[in-house]
Structure formats: C-alpha cells, structure tokens
Design a protein around this ligand. Sequence first.
Ligand SMILES: [Cu+2]
Length: 498
Amino acid sequence: MQKTNGPLSRRQLLQAGAGLPLVMAAPGVATAASGSELDSVPVSLPSQAKPDHVLNIEEKSIAPLGTPTKATLVNGVLPGTELRYREGDMLRVLVNNRLAVPTSVHWHGILVPNYMDGVPGVTQLPIAAGASVLYEYPIRQSGTYWYHSHYGFQEQTGLSGALIVDATNELYSYDHDVVVMMSDWLDEAPEGIVPQIRGQQPATAAIKPPPGEYKFPADKAFNVDINYPGYLINGHSNERPWSLKVRAGDRVRLRLINSSTATFFRVSIDGHDLQLISADGQYVEPIDVDDLVVATAERYDVLVTIKKPGSFTLHAAALGTSKQAVGVIHTADAVPRANLNRAEFSGKSGGMADYAALKALHPIKLADGPVKQFEIDLGGEMMKYLWSMQGEYYPEIYSPDGKATPLGIQYGDRVRVRLTNSTMMFHPMHLHGHFFRLLRQPGAWDDPWAPVKDSVGVGPKQQIDFEFSADNPGSWFFHCHNLYHLACGMARVVQYEV
Ligand SMILES: [Cu+2]
C-alpha cells in the first residue's frame, strides 16, 4: 500500500517525514508509510476548518402549487436549510453548486467582509457549475437574517433560506422561536416575465393585472407587476398549510422574513395582536400592532401570546392582489383549520406601514465624519418596464444600456442618502454590508432614535432618508430588491475610494 501522495510538495514531505513516502490517513493527517523498518509517525498538516453546514444547490422539479416547476433548491428543500448561529461564532458554509449553471450566495443583512458578500460581478466570480466555495466570516451581530442567490432568477425559483443569529444576551423569553418565510411562487420560468411585460413574448396568466383587493394601509392602492399563481409560507401552499402546535398561554416568537421576489405582505393572526420587537434583526422599542406590512427582503420579529385553546390562522395578504398565504397556529386539542376567508385589517398597522413608529431601543449616534450626501431618484418608465436609479441602469440582463456610475465614498464618511421615488411602484431598497439609520421623518438627521435597518420599502412619490457610517470598505451593491426591477437595472454600487 505504499504510495506517494501527489498533492504534498517536496518541502512538506521533507518537513513531515524526512523524505519518507507518505500515505493519507484522514483529511489533513499524514502518516509515514508503515514498513517493517519504519515506525509509524503521525503528523498533522494544517487544514481548512471544517464547514458547519453544506448547502448543496440542486435543480429539482417541485409542485408547491400543484404544477410541476423547475426549482433551484438548497439541499432539496423549500425554503433552504435554516442556518442558526450564535453571535460571535465563525460562520463556515460550504456551497456546492450541483446545477448546470453558475450560482452565488448572498448573506442578507450580515456585516460580512466585502469578498464574502456573494454578488457576482461585484464581489466575487459566480460559482461555476460543478464548483464549490467555502464562505467563512465572523458573525458580529444577532437577529433575523436570510441568505439567497444573487445570480439570475434563482431567488425566485427557491434558492433562499433563513439565517438566524442568537444573541449572547437575549432580551426576551418565549416558548417557541419560529421562522415564517413568506414567498411568491411562479409556475413558469421567471426569465420570461420581463419580455412578457414588455410585449416581446406572448403573455401568460402571470402578467395579467391581478384584481388588487389588498390595499396598503390608509387604503392606498398597491401596484404589482406580476399576477402570481400563489404565495407560500415556509414553502407550504394554502392546500397544505404550514402549522405550528402550541399550548394555550405559550409565548411565540415569530421571525417574519419576506423572501419573496416582488411581493409585500400584510400579516395578521386571527384573534391576536402582535408585539413587534425587532426590525431587520435589530431590536426596536416594542409596539403592539394588529397587523404589519413587510416589504420584500425586510424582517420583523413579533411576540404573540396564545390566548386560549383553538386554531388561529396567520394571514399573509399579498398587497395589490386578492390572494393570501395562510399558516395555522393551534393547540394540541384543536384541529388545525386554516381560515381561508379574506383577511380583514381594521386596526393599527405597523412595520413598513408606519416607519415613523419604529424607535431604536437605545439612542444611536454614528461616528463623526465628513458628511457625504446623495440624492437619488428612483425612476422608471412603466410602459417600457424600465427601472433606474438617478436615471442610470446597472448592467443586468434586461437593462437598456448598462452604465451606472458608482457612488463614491471614503472610509470614515458619514453617508446620507435621500431616496425620492418618482414612480407609481413600491421599491424595496437594500444596501449591502452596512446597517443604516432610517430616519423616521425626512430631514430628521439629529433624531437619535431612528431605527437601524438594511432594507426599506419606498412607496410611490415617497421620500426616504437614511444614513450610515462608511466603516466596511469594498464595493457594495445597493439595489431594488424587487428581482424584476433589479433585472432591468435598478441598482448601483457604493464604492469606497482611496
Ligand atoms: Cu423596484
């Protein structure tokens, strides 16, 4: 069984076994070849740390709404495997691309070093078909986050999952800690949607205007581009709803994650109010609400105390449509029964519906630094289905020219951004690699209680101000998280310059 090991260099061989031929015993451990005249001398070689999780990205046909559809799944499940870490941990995730096309994984809301951010063409090369990449970085925050592909339309076809980081000192106690991932699902290839909307391909049912019954609070119309055949909670349709078994009196922490690609959800639970405790992973002053709006890519954590035995439906109404996704929370003695009646919203609405009501748990002051201000118009042409930032289109699959000037900042800047939405659509804007202070009123730069977020829904004709410290050098994507708006060029790169 004597064999020379190819991968070891001559220098390693000399160091490890004084020129003796080696055999590999286990990954990372080399032993001198056993021979009658030789004693076995185990030697450890340095090795890469073992991954905590392996994400196998695979193509699979699934039918969450009844029609078989080509999906891009993580470990064969929808949503992808939930990753759970503790604040201060090192994350080590091996991504194996078992697709026939490239992929990448972005860690939404996580303050990663730039090269771990997973944006093809900005921070990494796409992970080629058949290739592997180890993502490895320290986790310096806690809360509710998620991961998703940043390649093509894979986010729409299933490549996303929850990433939960437990706090070292958790503020609250509860009996259940549960992720509720809300998504939209297409029964057709998402690549065809933009050409259909632009009239370049025959239309399917997905681009017929849906009857827009669920309005934004204050009865504002909510325009949508896509008439989805259905919506899912934790990968479940309303036919086989996701359910959670509890006891009367239990306190449940629900981590609401909007992992859709183009949908805002309005969420309520029959007979219960919700205590909103965190936004985009960061605690806020708790607020009691009857329902809340969750923009695409946003997360809100809510606490709910189950009042009595029974079966209670969680409604996630897709704004601008007449459809909803439902889930069921029930006690052991009650049959889980989904209430498929139209969700009624009559009380106080929170989350994206009332950013002014979100208040940071502690006053937050950014480090002093030179103020750099950007005024960015979120624009577009609905008829041509074009979406821009400051009139420019980032090079993406359906953008017209592909020239977008980077937003130049310098390390130490205090960056202030004013977004003005001149369109009739909502744009869920997301900044990579940083938290920002979302001003509760435009221009209120001195308000220390502004909540800290990474994603913000900007309504039609609305103006939103936020600021962040330039403390994480690199080139960072800043874009609309509506995947179809992004595909038409609604993105910029925030670039640290020296
Ligand atoms: Cu948009």
